[in-house]
Structures are given as structure tokens and as C-alpha cells.
Design a protein around this ligand. Structure first.
Ligand SMILES: [Zn+2]
Length: 282
């Protein structure tokens, strides 16, 4: 059993991602203006981290730093205090282009530390690129969120912390339910938690994301086990089996309801920043 009562829960909203289209769900925000609106609504609903990708004029994923800059600026203006997390994931670009937005000094960025399979391809994260992305994050004071698609990625984060490649306590996200990578497996999930606690301490924060129908499963497991939760249209476009989610905010509200069920307050942005060791804002 996990001791969770009264422990604030950070809700991260992954607003867009690289894959979903308007054809999948018209609520997926694609333009910067749509992204800022959707993030604002999710922020009002309780989300305090915005996990962001950007799209080009045709709606295709890109790592264009100029677009990231406009999105970051819009979120900071309309959602003051919210944590901006930019994706350095491999679906939006290749090689060092994936980290071209890090000089913008967002609060956080996602960091994959190893390779694995994705539904139709290899998700390539070669060691030299991982080292470079981590070094850029140190240089620009960006807090990484380590994406754990596999157990080895959590141990890699420990090695990187020991070598001084990651500052502070790594914030690890367990990603489950990506086809051909780690499925949503409860025993593995509990072992992930044990591993984080063993390597980074009993109080080390962690979060979890599930893809598609696994989103709500991972939300439930994370909230009921003392972790933090990620939701949003990037990972899942449905609110239930037969219904499209009307918005990112609707998915956030689903996690807010879970927090109430397990007697956990939803973290406000000040609490979220404190839990993650981010600089306080005025
Ligand atoms: Zn993403």
C-alpha cells in the first residue's frame, strides 16, 4: 500500500503530440492559437504542466524553435505560473534538431535516454545524442523529464545523475501502452516505483502516462500510488471507448475526479514547481 492521502498530485497535459490529427479528433489543437487556448482551458481545469509539440503549416510535426518560442510565449502570457515542458522526442525531428529549442530555456523538456520500438519503427536515441541533449539542458537550466519506455531507462537516469549529466533528482515518467514497447503491466509498474524509490529516495517524484485506452488506467494507478499523472490528446483522443474527448480540459477533469476519489489535492503551479525543484516565480 502507498501512503498518498493529502499528497498533492501534479497533472500534466500533453496537448498535441506528433501524431493526432483533426481527422482523429477535431479538438486536437494544431495552430499556436489553438494550442494556447486549449492549454489555457486545461490550466483552468487543474493542469500545471503543459507538454508541448509544435506543427508546421500543414499540421506535420516539426522542431522549429521559432514556433516553440511563440507557443512558450503564449502559454506564459495566458497561463501565468504554468510549467512549460517542450518535447525533444524523436517524431518531430532528427539528431540535434530535436534540441534546437532548448536555448529558449523552457522550465522543462522531455528527455529519452535509450532506444526502443514504436508501433511501426525504431525509436532511436543513440548515446551521443542523449549525452548532447542532457548537456544542452544543463547549459540552459532546463529540467529534464526522463521518459522511461523501459526499466533500463530508469537505471540510465541514475547513471547520468551520478556522472553529473542530470542536475538534482531526476523526474521520471513511466510510459506504458505504446505498441511494441512496454505494455500497461501492473507488476512492472510497481517495480518501476520501487526502482525510483531505491535509486532516488522515498520522496522522489515520478509520473506516468498511458497511451490510448491505457491513459485512464495509468492515471488511476499513478494517482492511487502517490505519483503524478499525465493526460491529454497527445496520448489518447477518446473520453471513453465510443466517444471522442471534447477537449484537453475534459481529459484533465477526469484526472481531477480521480484525485478527489483518492483524497489527493490537485497541485497548484506553486506546489508543482516546488515538488519538481523548479525556480519559484515572483
Ligand atoms: Zn510528447
Amino acid at each position: 500500500m502507498y501512503d498518498i492521502k493529502g499528497k498533492p498530485c501534479i497533472i500534466c497535459v500533453a496537448i498535441t503530440g506528433s501524431l493526432p490529427t483533426k481527422e482523429n479528433n477535431p479538438a486536437v489543437p494544431i495552430t499556436i492559437a489553438e494550442q494556447v487556448d486549449s492549454t489555457h482551458e486545461a490550466f483552468e481545469a487543474g493542469a500545471t504542466i503543459a507538454h508541448c509539440h509544435v506543427r508546421d503549416d500543414e499540421g506535420k510535426p516539426t522542431s522549429d524553435p521559432e514556433r516553440f518560442a511563440r507557443l512558450k510565449e503564449g502559454i506564459e502570457k495566458h497561463c501565468p505560473g504554468m510549467i512549460v515542458q517542450l518535447s525533444t522526442g524523436g517524431r518531430s525531428g532528427a539528431g540535434q534538431a530535436r534540441g534546437g529549442m532548448l536555448p529558449l530555456r523552457p522550465d522543462m523538456a522531455s528527455l529519452s535516454v535509450g532506444s526502443n520500438n514504436f508501433p511501426t519503427r525504431v525509436y532511436e536515441n543513440p548515446p551521443d545524442l542523449v549525452d548532447w541533449l542532457a548537456a544542452e539542458m544543463l547549459e540552459y537550466n532546463v529540467k529534464p523529464e526522463v521518459e522511461a519506455f523501459d526499466l533500463s531507462h530508469i537505471l540510465k537516469a541514475k547513471e547520468m545523475q551520478t556522472k553529473g549529466q542530470l542536475a538534482g533528482t531526476p523526474y521520471v515518467q513511466f510510459v506504458m501502452g505504446v505498441k511494441n514497447a512496454m505494455p500497461a503491466d501492473r507488476d512492472v509498474f510497481d517495480y518501476y516505483i520501487r526502482t525510483v524509490e531505491r535509486l532516488f529516495g522515498k520522496d522522489a517524484p515520478w509520473c506516468a502516462a498511458g497511451i490510448g485506452p491505457n491513459q485512464i488506467v495509468l492515471n488511476d494507478w499513478a494517482v492511487s500510488s502517490g505519483g503524478h499523472a499525465r493526460t491529454g490528446l497527445e496520448d489518447n483522443v477518446r473520453i471513453d471507448r465510443d466517444t471522442l474527448a471534447p477537449s484537453n480540459a475534459a481529459l484533465v477533469r477526469r484526472v481531477v475526479d480521480l484525485c478527489a476519489k483518492f483524497e489527493r489535492p490537485v497541485a497548484n503551479w506553486r506546489q508543482a514547481r516546488q515538488i519538481l525543484g523548479l525556480a519559484a516565480l515572483q
